[in-house]
Ligand binder design. Structure first.
Ligand code: 3JN
Length: 338
């Protein structure tokens, strides 16, 4: 049994982390819930018991074995090393340490063995990266992926509780004929709109979200020769991110061969019967842990390129489930301590 701390317990991802620990029957001994001063005093129910959220402080990690953290990167930069020095292993959902060479960046379906290289912190990748690499890994093993052109259709829950609220309030105002509330989390109104900006722009014309997909994919797949060409778009969907993906491989690839590779893939489900209008949908993927792929078709001009559509719940596989799966990999390394 492990002594667990959930940091950022009141956020959208923290809330799902708490649910996943219970749903997956993680062997929790003691547990505590930590958050910024703003959320302390709020209560959380875990295994039928009510807990008060405690303030995040350096002392809070004493005696803790496992930290599941979902905070802004600046907060993680401050507290994760403190927790690691206190003897805990931190699974961090922020971007703070993802590209640090001393920190494994793990998707258990892709690179579970990297967990063993940790020095106290393991990074959970960005949600858009996680679902894409789960789909790419079997293709990479069978055909060697060289280039990926991806456009994302990201739900508002990627921007947390405030993102969900903003879409709901703008939609309510629209349907009741009221003036639309001003955008806060998003650069433009998100109801009945698509916004081709997630996070800030960088000098190269890409957004930070897009560059996360480029760099994290290479690190998780362990192959710096994979080129990713991303466009990240926010859409008025509550839960689950969707991605349109064109993948170019070293040798020829066909839809049949890709289906065969995916048929053995852990955590992945093919939903692909276009005649029956069956393909992955964000509404169907919500509250599920798998990555769904469909609309599988050959590039019209290239024998070494394939197109498909990939959908997954960004708060579950894209964040909380992946973090708890990493913790489960840690348990496999230390079964006695478990
Ligand atoms: O917007 C989304 O759909 C995903 C957002 C992720 C995100 C938002 C703010 C800060 C991250 C992340 O996980 O990369 C971060 C961050 O940690 O930098």
């Amino acid at each position: 049994m492990k002594s667990v701390a959930v940091v950022g317990a009141s956020g959208a991802v923290g809330d799902v982390m708490i649910r996943m620990l219970q749903e997956r029957k993680f062997p929790v001994g003691a547990i505590k819930f930590l958050a910024s001063e703003r959320s302390t005093g709020k209560s959380v129910t875990f295994a039928g018991e009510s807990f008060s959220i405690e303030p995040l402080s350096p002392r809070a990690f004493e005696g803790v074995d496992l930290v599941l953290s979902s905070t802004p990167a600046s907060v993680s930069k401050q507290y994760s090393p403190i927790a690691a020095r206190a003897g805990a292993v931190v699974v961090d959902n922020s971007s703070a340490f993802r590209m640090d060479p001393d920190v494994p960046l793990v998707v258990p379906e892709v690179n579970p063995h990297d967990v063993a290289k940790h020095k106290g912190i393991i990074a959970n990748p960005n949600c858009s990266t996680i679902q894409m690499v789960v789909a790419l890994k079997p293709l990479h093993d069978a055909f060697r992926v060289r280039r990926v052109v991806v456009s994302t259709y990201q739900s508002v829950s990627g921007a947390g509780q405030k993102g969900l609220y903003e879409l709901q309030m703008q939609t309510l105002a629209y349907v009741t004929g009221q003036p639309s509330p001003e955008p806060v989390k998003f650069a433009h109104p998100i109801a009945f709109n698509c916004v081709p900006q997630i996070d800030e722009f960088l000098a190269n014309g890409y957004t930070k979200e897009e560059m996360k997909m480029v760099n994290e994919t290479r690190k998780i797949m362990g192959d710096d020769a994979i080129d990713v060409c991303p466009t990240c778009v926010r859409v008025p969907v509550l839960y689950s991110h969707s991605e349109s993906i064109l993948v170019e491989t070293e040798g020829p690839i066909t839809p049949e061969a890709a289906r065969e590779a995916w048929s053995h893939a852990p955590g992945l489900v093919v939903v692909d019967d276009p005649q029956a209008c069956q393909y992955p949908l964000p509404a169907s993927a919500a509250d599920r842990d798998e990555v769904f792929v469909g609309r599988i078709r050959q590039d019209l001009n290239r024998p070494n390129a394939l197109l498909f559509w990939c959908v997954s719940d960004n708060l579950r596989k894209g964040a909380a489930t992946n973090a708890v799966q990493i913790a489960e990999e840690l348990l496999k390394l230390d079964p006695v301590g478990a």
